[in-house]
Design a protein around this ligand. Structure first.
Ligand SMILES: [Zn+2]
Length: 256
């Protein structure tokens, strides 16, 4: 009952935010969209949290197509996509193009990314821990990626400079920094100089739908530990690096 109340309240707030959309731009603080108490969120289980499931078989996921992405096979949690659609439309009305270039990734998709880099970096960085740390600058270990949850997206380009100075997506980043929070999105990987940030380098393209990803991170940190990170080449480095504490938990505090 308590749970129902919070989700109904969230719905009303979302509706109000929507009705207010054409009004003056609010102050650009990272004020989060209301999130129900974390412990009222349904327990998703360790396999879900670590990406060991097929999103195509789940009714709480939706497929994403044009004009939101040019890629095939993109999926997100339904609420996250509905919020993205609203954000996409508002951005377009301001002359900004947002394209999803990566969304939900399973454990095995993340394993392919990780092991690809593990091989490519082998000659230059033979030491396993150093090699893992190098991959971890921009890529998560399988079982540790926020992309497993269906709540996180990469937008436009996987390259910080294109969101800066004379980059093609500078105005998109400025728009997102100002407005994404109005739709529930937050940039988890801000500069490492930010308070409490550890782990991955800044990613100006990675945005997270916090009404879902907040409770999922809370469940993740209560469920998963370094010794559970296994099943791919280089997984033995997870303990020494303390990947759950330093990477999964080391995000922008505004997204927590
Ligand atoms: Zn990402």
């Amino acid at each position: 009952m308590k749970q129902l109340f919070w989700w109904a309240a969230l719905g009303v707030l979302a509706l109000l935010a929507c009705q207010n959309a054409p009004g003056p731009a609010p102050v650009a603080t990272q004020t989060p969209v209301a999130t129900p108490p974390l412990d009222t969120f349904p327990a998703m289980g360790v396999d879900y949290l670590m990406g060991k499931f097929d999103p195509a078989t789940r009714t709480d996921f939706v497929k994403i197509g044009k004009p939101y992405t040019d890629k095939t096979g993109m999926m997100l949690r339904k609420e996250a996509f509905e919020a993205f659609e609203k954000m996409w439309t508002a951005a377009r009305n301001d002359g900004i193009t947002l394209k999803i270039i990566s969304s939900t990734r399973t454990f095995s998709q993340q394993k392919a990314i990780w092991e690809g880099k593990w091989s490519r970096f082998a000659q230059e960085t033979p030491d396993p821990e150093k090699r893992a740390l190098r991959i971890l600058e921009y890529s998560a270990m399988p079982g540790v990626s926020r992309h497993h949850w269906g709540t996180d997206i990469d937008l436009n380009d996987l390259n910080n400079p294109s969101f800066e100075n004379n980059g093609a997506h500078k105005s998109a980043y400025e728009w997102l920094a100002k407005h994404a929070h109005e739709y529930g999105f937050c940039q988890p990987y801000t500069p490492l100089s930010d308070p409490h940030r550890t782990g991955y380098h800044e990613e100006k393209w990675h945005w997270s739908y916090t009404p879902l990803s907040r409770p999922l991170l809370d469940q993740y940190l209560k469920t998963v530990n370094d010794s559970m990170i296994s099943g791919f080449t280089g997984a033995e480095t997870a303990n020494g690096i303390r990947v759950v504490e330093n990477y999964a938990a080391g995000i922008n505090t505004a997204c927590r």
